[in-house]
Ligand binder design. Structure first.
Ligand SMILES: Cc1cc2nc3c(=O)[nH]c(=O)nc-3n(C[C@H](O)[C@H](O)[C@H](O)COP(=O)(O)O)c2cc1C
Length: 303
């Protein structure tokens, strides 16, 4: 069976505007995960609530350090009209990990057991998990296995790296295969999928894999899922055109919702960070990065 494709959550990037625009293309993913929502000053952040309100089809994600934070976020997600929640057990960002959130929660089986009890009391909601194998040890997940298997989960997405290698560096594929064999839920692979051939290699390695989650790969190559489904790669010129068109649509939407050139450019520039130099051009990307006015940004796109 064909794997289910998920767009990975990425703070500041895969927000409602990007998700809606990418979802409207023929290369769309099956599901789109929103960047994590967190508690700030004792309450769920408004910015993330607005993002969820703007996209009823998103899969909301929460990051938490205890049962209280988890419950507060769960209530907020439900109040925003969503019925599914993804638990972030993988964020490697030190300030979050130190406070026991994200990957930090992997070391707190007792807290996660409490979270599992809350989940069991909310049959109206669907849950999923996004995790790493561990913090500093690839076997950190093992003590968590009973609690994860006890949870009722739609899927478990795994990014097989430790936090010392946040998103680059060696992939722990053997550990991923061990986890996939031991976890009693549908398993999704996430990490460094950049081309259709990467998806084929992965499906050979783990036959029967439920799904593939892609982050940077979709920002660099928005057509990636469509190309894999079609069984043929687009030529570079077409891929470049597709990326430029998507980013132009994002720019148009941001220009309508934000005021001030600085604000628009600050929000827009990260979308070009993952663009392939060999396709978009080194000069063009350098000039986009340097641009401080809309005029300079638009001139850069013509290089
Ligand atoms: C800028 C940035 C922001 C991210 N934000 C989130 C997030 O909010 N929640 C989350 O679970 N993962 C987050 N991630 C991790 C991605 O979802 C994904 O696991 C990671 O990029 C590896 O997948 P990829 O190689 O397909 O990009 C973020 C990664 C980056 C680079």
């Amino acid at each position: 069976m064909e794997p289910k494709f998920f767009a990975a959550p990425m703070q500041g990037l895969t927000e409602a505007v990007w998700r809606r625009l990418h979802r409207s293309t023929s290369w769309r993913a099956d599901a789109y995960c929103a960047p994590f929502m967190r508690i700030e000053h004792g309450a769920p952040r408004r910015k993330e609530l607005r993002d969820l309100a703007a996209d009823s089809e998103a899969l909301p994600q929460v990051i938490f350090r205890d049962v209280e934070e988890f419950t507060m976020l769960l209530d907020a997600v439900e109040a925003a009209g969503h019925t599914a929640v993804d638990l972030n057990l993988g964020c490697p960002f030190p300030p979050q990990v130190k406070k026991g959130r994200g990957a930090g929660a992997l070391l707190n089986a007792a807290m996660l057991a409490g979270v599992a009890d809350v989940m069991a009391s909310r049959p109206d909601m669907t849950f999923s998990v996004k995790m790493r194998p561990g913090v500093a040890d690839a076997g950190d997940w093992r003590p968590l296995l009973p609690v994860i298997n006890r949870m009722s989960l739609a899927h478990v997405a795994i990014h097989p790296r430790l936090i010392a290698d946040p998103y680059d560096g060696p992939l722990l594929l053997d550990e991923f295969a061990l986890m996939a064999a031991e976890i009693d839920h549908p398993v999704i692979y996430n990490g460094s999928i950049a081309a259709p051939a990467d998806i084929d290699r992965l499906l050979q390695l783990v036959p029967g894999l439920h799904g593939v989650m892609i982050g940077r790969g979709l920002l660099a190559r928005p057509t990636l899922i469509g190309e894999w489904r079609a069984g043929s790669e687009m030529i570079e010129v077409e891929r470049g055109r597709a990326l430029r068109r998507l980013n132009a649509e994002i720019f148009n939407e941001l220009s309508q919702s934000l005021c001030g050139e600085t604000q628009i450019l600050q929000k827009m520039k990260p979308y070009w960070l993952y663009a392939p130099e060999e396709i978009i051009g080194r000069k063009c990307l350098k000039a986009i990065k340097k641009s401080t006015t809309i005029k300079a940004y638009e001139a850069a796109l013509k290089l």
